[in-house]
Design a binder for this molecule. Structure first.
Ligand SMILES: Cc1cc2nc3c(=O)[nH]c(=O)nc-3n(C[C@H](O)[C@H](O)[C@H](O)COP(=O)(O)O)c2cc1C
Length: 215
């Protein structure tokens, strides 16, 4: 009995370690520790909560998924710089507020190559030629819900620009995520992505201007 208790304590400690050992603990000034509340009214993204996207200038969509706000910060900045419409992917089943619980769900989703359902999927994104797609690195690649979004449309002829950031800023994980976007964006031209911290506006500006995306 005692042995079992000790064993489960050791296992719990190992799990906590493995979660932080791969650079998963949000660290540094760009990270927030708990999950932001799911978009409330008045959010920048609230105008596109319905299934029909309202088009401002009609050509660039900045779409993002963010669990704790860092990608959201980057996406808002990018939308401002490119003059695009901002749309937040909201999962039908919200991820828990707890980091480790979200970690476990996200890992299972990745291992099973799941496509979690999106609550607010736009009917059409036909009006956009350019799609800038942002996400955090989850388990060394993009969150599976990015695959859900990309697979929902005919993306032939679209220009896609991925952007991401993570706790470790490991470039191999970034490369994996770009590969994931390419695999899921059938027919689109997926450009080399941006891997920068949300606070690094110099890197973001440089990327946007190199790719002719700045206003
Ligand atoms: C489920 C989950 C998995 C994560 N996996 C990784 C990972 O594999 N590598 C890494 O460097 N950071 C990982 N992180 C850390 C996030 O990439 C980092 O906290 C990021 O800034 C979160 O962006 P967000 O605020 O837009 O959600 C993970 C975070 C979560 C919640």
């Amino acid at each position: 009995m005692m042995f079992k208790k000790i064993l489960s304590l050791i296992m719990a400690a190992m799990m906590t370690f493995s979660l932080s050992a791969c650079g998963r603990t949000p660290a540094g000034s760009n990270s927030t520790e708990s999950r932001k509340p799911v978009s409330s009214e008045g959010d920048a993204s609230s105008s596109v909560q319905s299934e029909t996207l309202e088009t401002a200038d009609g050509s660039t969509l900045v779409v993002y998924f963010s669990w704790s706000g860092n990608t959201e910060e980057m996406a808002s900045y990018i939308a401002e710089q490119v003059g695009g419409d901002l749309y937040e992917i909201i999962p039908e089943v919200p991820y828990p507020e707890d980091y480790n619980e979200t970690g476990d769900i996200a890992k299972a989703e990745r291992d099973e190559n799941n496509r979690p359902t999106i609550a607010n999927l736009p009917d059409s994104i036909e009006q956009y030629d350019t799609i800038v797609v942002g996400y955090p690195i989850w388990w060394h690649t993009a969150p599976m819900i990015i695959g859900t979004f990309l697979e929902s449309y005919d993306l032939a002829g679209k220009e896609i620009y991925p952007f991401t950031q993570s706790a470790s800023m490991d470039t191999e994980q970034f490369d994996n995520s770009i590969e994931f976007v390419r695999e899921n964006a059938d027919g689109a031209d997926v450009h080399d992505g941006l891997f920068a911290r949300p606070s690094d506006t110099a890197a973001i500006d440089a990327y946007l201007s190199e790719n002719g995306l700045s206003q």
